[in-house]
Write a protein that binds this ligand. Sequence first.
Ligand code: PLP
Length: 420
Amino acid sequence: MNRNSALRADASIRTVPGLSRARGDFPILARKVHGKPLVYLDNAATTQKPRAVTAAIRRYYDTSNANVHRGVHALSDRATQAYEEARGRVARFLNAREDREIVFVRGATEGINLVAQTYGRVHLQAGDEVLITGMEHHSNIVPWQMACDRAGARLVVAPVDVSGELDLAAYERMLSPRTRMAAVTHVSNALGTVNPVREMIGMAHSRGVPVLVDGAQATPHTPVDVRALGCDFYVFSGHKLYGPTGIGVLYGKAEHLEAMPPYQGGGDMILRVTFEKTTYNAVPWKFEAGTPNVGGAVGLRAAIDYLDAIGLGAVSAHEGELLAYATEEVGKIPGVRVVGTAREKAGILSFVVEGVHPHDIGTILDHEGVAIRAGHHCAMPLMDRLGLPGTARASFGLYNTPAEVDLLAAGIRKAREVFR
Ligand SMILES: Cc1ncc(COP(=O)(O)O)c(C=O)c1O
């Protein structure tokens, strides 16, 4: 039996210990959509939440809710402790050197904007350059464009080939004496390409250029060690990591965070305020103006605990199997072309179907209960580069099964029939 037929024969995935039971942890996966069992393959947009996460959020609000860092009462102490423990948990998750290197933000988008508007404000001058890649999500393009516009700096884009791989030699060449920052995605949300970020960071650092890594699509699929990577900044979103929406993380090396001006002004980010002058709080609170998302941080911590108990290595292996199987099953459907065939890929399968618009694929699959994404995936410049208005995208999570891949493939065949 080859690997794929073994997978097909065993839809409950016993290949990876722990994962066969995981599906039951996600109540939403038991629901029906249009009368069909839900097949959720839009994990790159957001993941579903296990009971452990929703229960932790509920427990927090039921037993410990108060404002943090301010109160002199017991609940405020508990809430502060829960919030700061969540920070410590994230620091261990990323292997940060210190807890204060973890700034809670709303998500990857806010993390990038924070760096672009603070680090960027200090370091970018007219004629300087910021280097990104041709496969960035709009979140890692527009904030840099805005920072460059303000400073009179230039956005430089390292090219991507038709397979969806970065031209690493061009990236290295484009690191010029004027480059002040490189901002690169760890994993492409549109194509699943895994970039050689460690090498890219090494190239940048050898020229004195700091690197921000957008880890929104990497953290759910692979263990990340910011110290081993050596990156200066790393961002991710809780909701793509089986945690709640509205919470995300900016990791920054302490020396950068210390030197950066604050992002937003308000409560909590200050030590003392007079009308003449404000003294800012220490890192990381200097960057966390206003009441933070304490419940979100608690939920994120629970998500990380949940993932760690399963093991990200196991998740990664499982999703790799699913991706290989899906690539084969979807790729062999007549008229289907897989978009993004990089050597290193995470659990994302983008494809186009001859004569059928991606949105129509999405709509027909939806009627079969299969949730995918269709469109430009917030990566319009990449779609332009590939000469496509958009793609259909199936993205896998730890709870998906080979049987769901079969339903995806059956739905695509049906769409072809409808549009024949
Ligand atoms: C690669 C990448 N970066 C950044 C983001 C933005 O994440 P958020 O909307 O959670 O801030 C996404 C979301 O899809 C993404 O895929």
